[in-house]
Design a protein around this ligand. Structure first.
Ligand code: BGC
Length: 347
C-alpha cells in the first residue's frame, strides 16, 4: 500500500512539474476563410503540443483590431514566444512594443511584420521565387523567346498590406517585363503596376469583380486572352469564375499559388494551368524548431540575413523552397505525400 501511495505521489509530482515547465506559445493566424491558414494553424498547434508546449491558437477573422487584441492577450498571458501571420504587416506595432518590453520573442510567420524592431525572426517560403516560378511558367508556355506573338496577358496581384504580395508580383514581372517592353506581350487593360492589379485582402470576389470589369472593357469584342498571371489561388479562383461567365475564347493560361483544394481540382479539370506548392507542414516544422531553439538559448537556424528589411531592421529569416505544381505532378506532390487524400480532390 505504501509503495502504491509513493508511486502515485511520484506520478503526481512528475505531472505537475511537467505542467509547470510547459511554456506557452501563442499562434496568431489571419483568418479561417482561406484553407491554407487553417492548415498552418492546425499543423503548428499539433507540432508544438507534441514538443511539449502549451499552445494558444487564434484566428483573427481578417480583422486587424481583432488580431491586435489577440496578440496583446497572448503577451499579457505570458506566452514566451508569439508566432504571427499578420493580416496587415504594419498594424501590430502596439502589441510588438509590448512584446519587446516584456522580453517575449516574436516570429513573423509567412508574412513579415513591418515597421517595428521587436521582430526576432521570420520564417516563410521564398516569396520572390514563387513569382519567378509563375512568370517562368508563362514565358515557357507561350514560348516567348521563339513565338512571334503578340500575346494578350493580364495580371492580378495580392493585398498591398501583405509584404509578400510585392515579392510575388515583382518575381513574375521581372521575368515578363522584357517581353512587355519588346511588345511581345500586350496588356489590353493597360494595368501593369502593382497598385493597379492588387487585390485588397486577397479575396476571391474582389479579384472576380476586377476581372469582370477588365473582360467587359477589353475582351467583349472577341479579343483573345492568352494568359492571366494571378499571384495566388484565391485570386486565381476569382479570375476563373469571371472567365467562365464572361469569356468565350480558348481557355487562357492561369497561374496560382498554394494548391488549395478547389484550385487543384481546377488544375485537374484543365481550368488552372499551375500552382505553387508551399507545404505548410515544412514551414510549421521549421517554426517549431525555431521556437525550441529560442527557448533553449540555442543558435536559431536562418538561411537569409539580407532580403527581408521591415523598414527598421533586416529580420533574420528562414526561407523554405516553393515547388512548381500542375496537373502532371500533383499526385506525387499532394497525394503521395499525404497532404490531401484522393477523396478530397474528387469531384
Ligand atoms: C501567402 C500566400 C497566400 C496569401 C493569401 C500570402 O501572404 O504567402 O500563400 O495565398 O497570403 O492568404
Amino acid at each position: 500500500m505504501k509503495k502504491i501511495l509513493a508511486m502515485l505521489l511520484c506520478a503526481l509530482l512528475i505531472v505537475s512539474c511537467t505542467a509547470a515547465l510547459a511554456e506557452k506559445v501563442g499562434v496568431s493566424m489571419p483568418t479561417k476563410d482561406l484553407q491554407r491558414w487553417n492548415q498552418d494553424g492546425d499543423n503548428m498547434k499539433a507540432l508544438l503540443e507534441e514538443a511539449g508546449y502549451e499552445v494558444d491558437l487564434q484566428f483573427a477573422n481578417n480583422d486587424v483590431a481583432t488580431q491586435l487584441n489577440q496578440v496583446q492577450t497572448m503577451i499579457d498571458e505570458d506566452c514566451a514566444v508569439v508566432v504571427i501571420a499578420a493580416i496587415e504587416g504594419s498594424s501590430l506595432g502596439a502589441a510588438l512594443d509590448a512584446a519587446g518590453a516584456k522580453g517575449v520573442k516574436v516570429i513573423a510567420y509567412d508574412r513579415l511584420l513591418m515597421d517595428n524592431e521587436n521582430v526576432d525572426y521570420y520564417a516563410t517560403f521564398d516569396n520572390y521565387m514563387v513569382g519567378t516560378v509563375q512568370g517562368t511558367f508563362v514565358k515557357d508556355a507561350l514560348d516567348l523567346d521563339n513565338a512571334e506573338g503578340p500575346f494578350n496577358v493580364e495580371f492580378t496581384a495580392g493585398d498591398p498590406g501583405d509584404n509578400n504580395a510585392g515579392f510575388f508580383f515583382n518575381g513574375a514581372m521581372d521575368v515578363l517585363k522584357p517581353y512587355i517592353e519588346e511588345g511581345k506581350i500586350i496588356v489590353p487593360s493597360g494595368q501593369t503596376e502593382f497598385e493597379q492589379v492588387a487585390t485588397p485582402t486577397w479575396k476571391t470576389d474582389v479579384a472576380q469583380a476586377r476581372a469582370e470589369d477588365i473582360l467587359a472593357s477589353n475582351y467583349a469584342d472577341g479579343t483573345k486572352l492568352d494568359a492571366w498571371v494571378c499571384s495566388n489561388d484565391s485570386t486565381a479562383l476569382g479570375v476563373t469564375n469571371a472567365l467562365e461567365a464572361n469569356y468565350v475564347g480558348d481557355w487562357p493560361i492561369i497561374t496560382g499559388q498554394d494548391c488549395d483544394i478547389q484550385n487543384t481540382k481546377n488544375m485537374i479539370a484543365g481550368k488552372q494551368s499551375m500552382s505553387v506548392f508551399k507545404d505548410t507542414r515544412t514551414l510549421a516544422a521549421q517554426v517549431v524548431k525555431m521556437v525550441g531553439q529560442i527557448l533553449s538559448g540555442e543558435e536559431v537556424d536562418v538561411n537569409d540575413t539580407e532580403t527581408y528589411n521591415n523598414n527598421v531592421k533586416v529580420v533574420p529569416s528562414f526561407l523554405c523552397e516553393p515547388v512548381f505544381a500542375n496537373a502532371d505532378n500533383y499526385k506525387e506532390l499532394l497525394i503521395d505525400s499525404g497532404y490531401y487524400t484522393e477523396d478530397q480532390l474528387a469531384d
